[in-house]
Design a protein around this ligand. Structure first.
Ligand code: KIV
Ligand code: ZN
Length: 518
């Protein structure tokens, strides 16, 4: 295969993905995810939107400094201040990129109230400015799929002439269908002078469930960069899922002869980490990375699988990094066994981290006879982060038929231990009331969901909690063999994320809105 067949993978989990309501990640989490993306072979990482807040700026800068091989990109609206701020953050990368955009469709043009000519001038000015700062400039006509073709060609030509090296064609509202997605790229390649000298990218949202199909159709028509996120994280119904694109190109290389530089055996691990840090659990039947993606329930399927795995599997679990061995851990398992088991599951731990996880593993093994892979994954996805403001340190609940439901709790809030006793309609309600009394807040509980990690009455419960405060959403997750403990930890986890969001909003330098281009 030649260079022509290489499809660049542009991951925007940390920018477009993080924009999904409730998916806020901490600085340390963003750095960790960026490191995993880099290691997996992602070509370009969109690390954030530097003008959006001090926190975003700091994250993009730190990711730029740590990146080994990936190009690091920051987003900027079509104004000089945004672009300068973006450059200040990405210039520390070995390979920086500025990504600037403006909404070109009639609906989007109406918001800044620019005429077609005024917008064309703005594109020329901003792309030229970006290119004077950085050799690697990406330009996006937002809502391209609802932009008049003639105007789209005109703006793309201006951006190319001004120095853009990648032109991204976003289906911002997930409106397009695969045939149209392909036709649009083909049309641009045929009509725009200079189109053969730049890379066309495809950026699809999943509102109609066609994002991955639309991205692949664009590739077949000539796009050579796919923009995507881990687990398809993103606004509304999300974005094209990175794992789907990578595995579709790998498994169906016979009809789509393109290659990516992604090490697919790292997919499962990064999917789990993103689910954990974003608080967005992966649906069980999600392609490639869902819990059931390689599970076989029906007798016919199980029988076929035992005779020949290819009867019902088009890829091997190991191809995406799923372990095939099934060594069950227990309370007699030692540190070395835990380290090797976790490495097999994709978690490479340093000595200090292992020490902490080992203590929690022993506590779990004391409560559960057998600790399955799923239990270990849940264990890795929970636990206090050093930067957490609120930590649960003690909890005792009392409940039963005809009895008052109460909770005695101690929380450590910014290092200070505080205790209270509270009552409620049930043990979880009482415990949540205790949290509210120790850490008063106005956030509303939007979702409370409990699921068992494995089978059996000694199974760990994973709990998801979603809170809303002044339009800001934060989700939290936790797992424990005690459902009430898991519930409180998930609630506290969501509160910690909300605190981060509050800090982020407070630190904003600019009132960021996609409508505001100037
Ligand atoms: O969906 C979109 O249009 C975007 C742009 C900022 C590229 O995310
Ligand atoms: Zn987008």
């Amino acid at each position: 295969m030649s260079e022509q067949d290489k499809v660049f993978i542009f991951d925007t989990t940390l920018r477009d993905g993080e924009q999904s309501p409730g998916a806020t990640m901490s600085h340390a989490e963003k750095l960790e995810i960026a490191g995993l993306l880099d290691e997996m072979g992602v070509d370009i990482i969109e690390a954030g939107f530097p003008i959006a807040s001090e926190g975003d700026f700091a994250a993009v800068k730190a990711i730029s400094e740590q990146a080994k091989t990936s190009v690091i990109c920051g987003l900027a609206r079509a104004n000089l201040k945004d672009i300068d701020r973006c450059w200040e953050a990405v210039k520390h990368a070995k390979q920086p990129r500025i990504h600037t955009f403006i909404g070109t469709s009639p609906l989007h043009r109406a918001i800044p109230d620019l005429t077609m000519d005024e917008m064309a001038d703005r594109i020329h000015e901003t792309v030229t400015h970006a290119r004077n700062l950085c050799d690697n400039v990406q330009w996006s006509p937002m809502d391209a799929t609802r932009t008049e073709e003639d105007y789209l060609c005109r703006t793309v030509e201006i951006a190319i002439k001004a120095g853009a090296t990648t032109i991204n064609i976003p289906d911002t509202v997930g409106y397009t269908a695969p045939r149209e997605s392909a036709a649009l790229i083909q049309m641009l390649l045929e009509r725009v002078p200079g189109a053969d000298e730049i890379i066309f990218a495809t950026h699809c949202h999943n509102d109609l469930g066609m994002a991955t199909a639309n991205s692949l159709a664009a590739v077949e028509a000539g796009a050579r960069q796919v923009e995507c996120t881990i687990n398809g994280l993103g606004e509304r119904a999300g974005n094209t899922a990175l794992e789907e694109v990578v595995m579709a190109l790998k498994v169906r290389n016979d009809i789509m002869p393109y290659r990516t530089g992604i090490d697919s055996t790292k997919l499962m691990n990064i999917s789990r980490r993103v689910a954990s840090v974003s608080g967005f659990a992966v649906q069980f039947n999600k392609a490639i990375v869902g819990k059931n993606a390689f599970a076989h329930e029906s007798g016919i399927h199980q029988d076929g699988m035992l005779k020949n795995a290819e009867t019902f599997e088009i890829m091997r679990p190991a191809d995406v990094g799923l372990s095939e061995t099934n060594i069950v851990m227990g309370k007699h398992s030692g540190r070395a066994a835990l380290r090797s088991k976790l490495a097999e599951l994709g978690f490479d731990l340093g000595d200090n981290q292992l020490k902490d996880v080992f203590v929690r593993f022993k506590a779990l093994a004391d409560q559960k006879k057998e600790v399955y892979d799923e239990d270990l994954i849940a264990l890795m996805q929970t636990g206090d982060a050093e930067e957490d403001h609120i930590k649960l340190t003690a909890l005792k609940v009392s409940c039963g038929m005809g009895l008052e439901k109460s909770a005695e709790m101690t929380l450590e809030i910014d290092g200070v231990a505080k205790s209270v006793s509270a009552t409620g309609d049930g043990p979880v309600d009482a415990a949540f009331n205790a949290v509210k009394s120790l850490f008063p807040h106005t956030a509303r509980l939007q979702l409370y969901q409990v699921a068992a990690v494995t089978e059996g009455t000694d199974a760990q419960a994973t709990v998801s909690v979603r809170l809303e405060e002044d339009g800001k959403i934060a989700t939290g997750q936790s797992a424990d063999v005690d459902t009430v403990v898991a519930s409180v930890k998930a609630y506290v986890n969501a509160l910690n994320r909300l605190v981060v969001r509050r800090e982020k909003a407070g630190g904003d330098k600019a009132e960021v809105s996609y409508k505001d281009v100037s």
